[in-house]
Design a protein around this ligand. Structure first.
Ligand SMILES: Nc1ncnc2c1ncn2[C@@H]1O[C@H](COP(=O)(O)OP(=O)(O)OP(=O)(O)O)[C@@H](O)[C@H]1O
Ligand SMILES: [Mg+2]
Length: 141
């Protein structure tokens, strides 16, 4: 599972920005990341909660900004503190608030190819994410 392989390699303060249409598979990927971070128990979709925090090897902050209306709401959630903390922050629909997420991050684009087929593109924005992608390429190679 690709998300899990990513989660196993994340470091304190890591940021994952997830993009993809409704139903593309963002939450499934996020669940894999959580598993890779050692989160036990159910990992659901934060669509209605906006944010769910889990405990794993590192704290795991799972955001879904789909229902968020404006910048102020994002501030009120304390996004800055999460981004500055030692946990891992993963954001579904990050593009809606793209200007907030200009720091180094791993960008993940999920797309639906068919009922049971998805494509996932990973891109490193910042040198610290490059080794993660290299390792995953080697695993899959
Ligand atoms: N890698 C995958 N292979 C096959 N099916 C998948 C995969 N990832 C997700 N799915 C299926 O796609 C559907 C939507 O997945 P998911 O909830 O992760 O999407 P999402 O992008 O988070 O949606 P939303 O935009 O509503 O938050 C689910 O039925 C899920 O089982
Ligand atoms: Mg989702």
């Amino acid at each position: 599972m690709l998300g899990r392989a990513v989660g196993e390699r994340l470091f304190p303060g890591a940021l994952i920005l997830l993009e993809g249409e409704l139903g593309a598979g963002k939450t499934v990927f996020a669940r894999g990341v959580g598993r890779g971070l050692g989160v036990r128990g159910p990992i659901g979709s934060p669509t209605f909660n906006i944010l769910i925090v889990y405990n794993g090897r590192l704290p795991f902050h799972h955001f879904d900004l789909y229902r968020l209306e404006d910048d102020e709401e994002l501030f009120e959630l304390g996004i800055d503190e999460y981004l500055e903390g030692d946990g891992v922050t993963l954001v579904e629909w990050a593009g809606k608030f793209g200007r907030f997420f200009s720091q180094p991050a791993l960008s993940v684009e999920v797309a639906r190819l068919g009922d049971n087929e998805r494509s996932v593109s990973l891109s490193a924005h910042g040198a610290e994410y490059v080794p993660i992608l290299e390792e995953i390429m080697r695993l899959r190679g």
